[in-house]
Design a protein around this ligand. Structure first.
Ligand code: GFB
Length: 310
């Protein structure tokens, strides 16, 4: 083990988001102290971030804070997705260096890879071709985050690492139909159609794109594993190996929810990347495996939606 967590002060940046919440649940099982910053600390503001680090002296940082969203939010708010993410990651990484944090884990996204990268996508595919236009702004910010960690490792000797999760879902997801990812959107639409007695659920795009989905609790477990055991320059893919088409996903959610109606495909909406499955070999070779099946994970996500909104 490179970095034992016992007794450490670990700061989870982005603790109010789905990933941050999962990290807090997972870290609660370790003998460490979990730190979070109050809402008044705007992570886009350098002075605010520096002040909080000086006052709280975290020993390790996990960057789960980000401006995130689904295909529509990414496509329609490019400036926010680029600027906010650049500022958040740059401020946190520089403050961690100044405070001499012993470890930092930066979280990116599978959209950093070229749109037409060979599948499954290996870490080496980074910057080998053009990005997917609907999320290139977010991707550019996340690529900069990876490179910041690499540059700080080279120049300052900081033990800063990066992990790239595949498409995530789970408890605490964002269910806003304009901003959300596909799973929370389809859960909400399916539950609403059922409640209203509607015959159809509208699915964006052709239904043909393929996506790999991972329950957020599996990601949190992988993060703890990497924090403890990994120290190198390359980012590491965190995938589930569970790939499905959007049409099949919609049918699976309908089946779990008990919705007997039809899917209607709105092809005026974008499909985005045709296929995006990660090559998770590197992390698996280190000894980590996901444990939550897509079906079980979706049952959990639907339960979360119903508990919060029905
Ligand atoms: O999850 P999603 O928004 O993100 O969309 P991406 C995945 C696929 O589901 C796309 C389709 O083909 C959508 O057209 N889809 C079908 C829907 N119905 C819906 C719906 O009601 N809502 C949404 N949102 N999609 C994101 C990136 O790409 O992936 C982010 O934009 C990030 O930057 C994230 O990287 C992991 O997989 O296309």
């Amino acid at each position: 083990m490179i970095f034992p967590l016992s007794g450490r002060r670990i700061y989870v940046a982005g603790d109010r988001g789905m990933v941050g919440q999962a990290l807090i649940r997972r870290l609660a099982r370790e003998d460490c102290q979990i730190l979070t910053a109050p809402r008044s600390i705007d992570l886009r503001e350098q002075a605010s971030v520096r002040g909080w680090f000086a006052d709280n002296a975290p020993e390790a940082v996990i960057i789960a804070a980000a401006r995130v969203g689904g295909i529509k939010a990414n496509d329609s708010r490019p400036a926010e997705f680029l600027y906010d993410n650049l500022m958040i990651e740059a401020n946190l990484i520089e403050a961690a260096r100044q405070q001499q944090c012993a470890k930092l884990l930066f979280l990116g996204s599978s959209c950093i890879y070229p749109r037409m990268a060979p599948q499954p996508i290996a870490e080496e595919s980074l910057m080998t071709g053009p990005l997917e236009p609907t999320n290139q702004w977010y991707a550019a910010a996340k690529i900069a985050g990876i490179m910041l960690c690499q540059a700080y490792r080279r120049q300052y000797g900081c033990d800063f690492i990066s992990a790239m999760p595949t498409n995530l879902y789970g408890p605490g997801d964002n269910y806003d139909l304009d901003g959300s990812h596909v799973i929370p959107a389809l859960i909400r639409k399916t539950a609403a159609a059922q409640a209203a007695g509607d015959e159809t659920v509208v699915v964006w795009g052709t239904g043909k794109p393929l996506r790999e989905f991972m329950h957020v609790d599996d990601l949190a477990d992988a993060c703890v594993f990497l924090l403890r055991n990994y120290s190198d320059e390359s980012h590491v893919n965190v995938g589930s190996g569970q790939e499905i088409s959007i049409a099949d996903l919609a049918a699976l959610i309908a089946g779990i929810a008990g919705f007997g109606g039809r899917m209607e495909f709105d092809t005026t909406k974008p499909d985005g990347t045709p296929r995006k499955i990660m090559d998770g070999t590197r992390l698996q070779a280190m000894g980590w495996m996901p444990s939550i099946s897509l079906r079980d994970g979706l049952i959990d996500a639907l339960r979360d939606y119903r508990a919060r909104f029905e």
